[in-house]
Design a protein around this ligand. Structure first.
Ligand code: HXC
Ligand code: NAP
Length: 273
């Protein structure tokens, strides 16, 4: 289970909440699910593999939390709807929906086949459309909080990431458009843009060795990767009443990465004078 960064969040703060997590079998999204479960929520986890979501749910239930895993590919709208029906039957209407399923790899456009580009658009962008559109019939209205897991690449062109940049840019605008369309129904729709988060498949793919890792960390204003717990705490905040006037926001949780390359040494520079 993740451990909280914050003493402010009480241990039963999410009791009674139902949280649906698309792409919840590993990484950042599972970290969010584990954190919600620690705080008393019931969690439905979805991924392409029943074995993987079962194993993920077991990390929660073995620690005394409430979770079920359901297999569904977010590229298949009917499968997403069916998974939501199962989670609703188990726990009731959803208070929080996390759309975090994603696929990514480093590839220059010259090495990206049309199917490779389409695959990432299908999982990240069309998948988020499916999850958010389908959930309308399963969420608490008013009151639900929908959270897309996006990335800084949505607003920052990044070489070898054309597919992910395009997909996540679409996710941001979908999120903000839905915030406008569904705000009157009392539904908030926000995004979290994690920066480089340690111990994840994403960073294993984007920074596959120690040299690249050190170079990347040296550019981050806060000089380190974030943790899954950092993202989880932000998701819990966005799902809470403390965030009741926040919608359409894309919140960076990235150590300042989005600001640009901070590899300069300001302290040495000022000593030189
Ligand atoms: C070039 C590649 C490739 C690579 C796959 N393809 N890997 N092309 N370089 N490294 C191509 C394949 O050749 C194929 O095209 C097409 O992509 C589809 O591949 P499949 O393996 O058939 O797809 P599928 O089984 O659906 O798997 C999807 C996947 C895979 C995205 C390719 O990597 C996956 O399942 N990923 C999920 C886990 C993941 O990526 N986690 C990291 C998320 S982190 P052809 O033309 O040959 O048919 C993340 C980082 C955030 O998103 C920061 C940036 C946003
Ligand atoms: P991860 O562990 O690979 O998580 C991706 C999840 O999506 C897995 O649970 C995977 O499960 C699921 N998934 C993939 N394709 C799916 C599909 N078609 N249908 C249903 N589920 C699918 O990666 P991560 O690094 O933690 O990334 C999680 C999220 O954070 C992603 O949205 C990513 O873009 C974002 N993000 C990550 C970082 C980072 O530093 N890692 C930075 C910025 C943004 P199965 O394989 O079991 O299907």
């Amino acid at each position: 289970m993740t451990s909280s960064n914050s003493d402010i969040i009480r241990s039963n703060a999410c009791a009674g909440q139902v949280v649906f997590v698309a792409g919840g079998s590993s990484g950042i999204n599972l970290g969010i699910a584990q954190r919600y479960a620690e705080l008393g929520a019931s969690v439905g986890l979805v991924s392409r593999s029943q074995d993987r979501v079962d194993a993920a749910a077991a990390t929660i239930t073995e620690a005394g939390g409430k979770a079920i895993g359901v297999e569904a590919d977010v590229r298949d709208f009917d499968a997403v709807q069916a998974a939501m029906r199962k989670v609703q039957a188990a726990y009731g209407d959803f208070d929080v929906v996390i759309s975090g399923a994603a696929g990514n790899f480093l590839a220059p456009v010259i090495a990206l086949s049309p199917n490779a580009f389409r695959t990432v658009i299908d999982i990240d962008l069309i998948g988020t459309f499916h999850v958010f559109k389908a959930c309308y019939d399963f969420i608490r209205k008013p009151g639900a909080s929908l959270i897309a897991i996006t990335a800084g690449q949505a607003v920052r062109p990044t070489m070898f990431q054309a597919h992910a940049c395009a997909a996540k840019a679409g996710v941001n605008l979908l999120t903000q458009t839905l915030a406008m369309e569904w705000g009157p129904a009392g539904i908030r729709v926000n995004g979290i843009a994690p920066g480089p988060i340690g111990d994840t498949e994403g960073m294993a793919r984007l920074a596959p060795n120690a040299e690249v890792t050190a170079r990347l960390k040296g550019r981050i204003p806060l000089r380190d990767y974030g943790t899954k717990s950092d993202v989880a705490d932000l998701a819990v905040f966005l799902g809470s009443a403390n965030a009741k006037y926040i919608t359409g926001a894309i919140l960076d949780c990235d150590g300042g990465s989005i600001l640009g390359d901070a590899s300069g040494d300001a302290l040495t520079f000022s000593k030189r004078g």
